[in-house]
Design a protein around this ligand. Structure first.
Ligand code: IMP
Ligand code: MG
Length: 177
């Protein structure tokens, strides 16, 4: 494992601290309301499960799975729903939970898709943001960390489906990509 690591970008401790901060902000903003956290599978699953246990307003969780055509490290923008939500979102306060926003294409698609379902409100919470790569403008309401160009894995993020289980986030040496 160690031999493929270029740099540890975020440690377990840094991630845990940020997740609690984000949960606190969400709890303050939605005081007296109920929220539904919608995780984008599979990347956001670890982040969502940590985040939801520190939110202290009533929470429901649901997941959506999308595939975006493209290479293993770059999105094409053509998005397809592989698994839709289990529950209707009409009249609910939705927070879309993503692992990372890169080009913004996936999120842009999901936002317009969910808005058509007459949600009460819709906000975005992303652990990582790579604004350098943005192709479409998306508003990130709750952002964990801004990161640079290197492809990163760990804490839910994968490279060819691997490394999601690693508890910290790291970049991979280019010869292993
Ligand atoms: P976007 O549509 O380009 O914003 O891409 C978003 C999706 O691409 C994320 O939800 C991730 O699944 C994936 N992705 C983008 N950058 C990375 C990365 O550095 N590591 C792992 N997955 C990434
Ligand atoms: Mg993702």
């Amino acid at each position: 494992m160690e031999r493929i690591i270029k740099e540890v970008i975020l440690t377990e401790k840094q991630i845990a601290k940020k997740v609690k901060e984000l949960a606190k902000k969400i709890s303050t903003d939605y005081k007296g309301k109920e929220i539904s956290l919608i995780g984008v599978l599979k990347g956001a699953s670890l982040f969502l499960s940590d985040l939801c246990r520190y939110v202290d307003v009533p929470v429901t969780i649901d997941f959506i799975a999308v595939s975006s055509y493209g290479s293993s490290t770059e999105t094409s923008g053509v998005v397809r729903i592989l698994k839709d939500l289990d529950e209707p979102v009409e009249s609910k306060n939705i927070i879309l939970v993503e692992d990372i926003i890169d080009t913004g294409l996936t999120l842009n698609y999901l936002i317009s898709n969910l808005k058509r379902r007459n949600v009460a409100s819709l906000k975005v919470c992303a652990l990582l943001d790579r604004p350098n790569k943005r192709k479409v403008d998306v508003k990130v309401d709750y952002r964990g960390f801004i990161i640079s160009d290197d492809y990163v894995v760990g804490y839910g993020l994968d490279y060819k489906q691997k490394y999601r289980n690693i508890p910290y986030i790291f970049s991979i040496k280019p010869e292993f990509l």
